[in-house]
Write a protein that binds this ligand. Structure first.
Ligand code: DP6
Length: 348
């Protein structure tokens, strides 16, 4: 047996992503009800290291530190996830895994971290598997497949720039099992900005996982899934052509639909806050007044993701400071941009 198979450490950092066409509703073993499309971010990241040590008894065995301290809730979640994939990744049972993870974004920012966290963990697992098999590179379809089993949106975080998850008639190679990169995209989107306005940093009242489950009995579900397939086609066309107006219209339509679905589920719930609506009004009226292509999206929470191309960043900066910053908790805005995906930080 080679040394690398007895013990070692791997470290990866993985970014979060923001969906433009939203994944909302799932079935079976973490399969999406519709196709989703996202931008991979670069600043909001999780860094994870996994040290592995061969052990005699078979079974899933981990220690988990989050930001340097033990975290029972996360640890139980990871253990459950690892147990669910041991048949497909049998090496997990032969090692004791010491996992340590940290986020680059503030803990209390209300930013969903399951995508970056699961993606970073899976990159580490795929790397250990690669080393054991003596292979030279990681299979990204496989990485995305496992990331999906950890959290649906994580499937898209292992890919650069623009990713899509879920089978779609117009997208060759698309699959419900893993995400793929969309290459045919105008360069304007590669440097796109996503300023995350922290409207509230409180924990969400309803988790995404619970929200997905409520789609099973939502009376508008079927129409929604059809809309997402159509919006995916329109969005990819807009991104190919660099059509910012069409891109922005779809982004906002998807965000409002997502929150409308929450409001009309049973039980109904609302995750937007008064300042979320104020920011939306502000963004729409500024756009009307100036014709600047600045748009918003929302994930399953109250925070606004302000989307705009790099070439207007300088011009709109004073407006962001003056009109949007006061709507944020302690004036907090996380400035992010589209990025290149996971990075091996073993030697950092
Ligand atoms: C609104 O991926 O967090 O952000 O698969 O249950 O872990 P699980 O859900 P999750 O849902 C994300 C929902 C969303 C839209 C999206 O990212 O596509």
């Amino acid at each position: 047996m080679k040394n690398t198979e007895i013990a070692g450490t791997v470290s990866w950092e993985c970014p979060s992503n923001i969906a433009i066409v939203k994944y909302w509703g799932k079935h079976g073993r973490q399969l999406p009800r519709n196709t989703s499309v996202s931008l991979t971010l670069s600043e909001a990241k999780t860094r994870t290291s996994v040290s592995y040590q061969v052990k005699e008894e078979k079974g899933v065995s981990i220690d988990f530190l989050f930001e340097g301290v033990t975290n029972e809730a996360f640890s139980a979640k990871i253990k459950k996830f690892l147990s669910s994939i041991v048949e497909e990744m049998p090496f997990i049972q032969s090692y004791h895994l010491q996992i340590s993870s940290q986020n680059t974004f503030p803990h209390s920012s209300g930013i969903a971290s399951s995508a970056s966290a699961m993606a970073a963990l899976v990159m580490c697992l795929c790397d250990i598997e690669r080393i054991g098999k003596g292979e030279s590179s990681i299979d990204f379809n496989r990485a995305s497949y496992f990331a999906r089993l950890g959290s649906g949106s994580a499937s898209r975080s292992v890919l650069p720039h623009v990713a899509t998850w879920g089978q779609h008639a117009d997208i060759e190679g698309s699959s419900d099992l893993y995400a793929i990169e969309i290459n045919d995209v105008d360069d304007v989107f590669k440097g796109f900005h996503d300023d995350i306005l922290i409207i509230s940093s409180e924990e969400k009242s309803v988790s995404s996982t619970a929200g997905h489950a409520l789609m099973d009995h939502n009376p508008y579900a079927e129409a929604r899934y059809r809309q997402a397939q159509k919006n995916t086609s329109l969005l990819l066309q807009a991104m190919k052509e660099g059509d910012l107006e069409a891109f922005g219209q779809i982004a906002e339509d998807e965000a409002m639909t997502l929150h409308a679905l929450m409001m009309c589920s049973d039980p109904s719930y609302v995750l937007m806050k008064p300042h979320t609506l104020k920011a939306i009004e502000e963004i729409r009226s500024y756009r009307k007044m100036t014709s600047h292509p600045v748009y918003f999206t929302l994930d399953a929470g109250p925070n606004i993701h302000l989307l705009y191309p790099d070439h207007i960043a300088h011009d709109i900066a004073p407006w962001i400071e003056m009109a949007l910053k006061p709507l944020c908790v302690d004036g907090r805005i996380i400035r992010d941009t589209v990025g290149i995906g996971p990075k091996n930080i073993a030697d950092a």
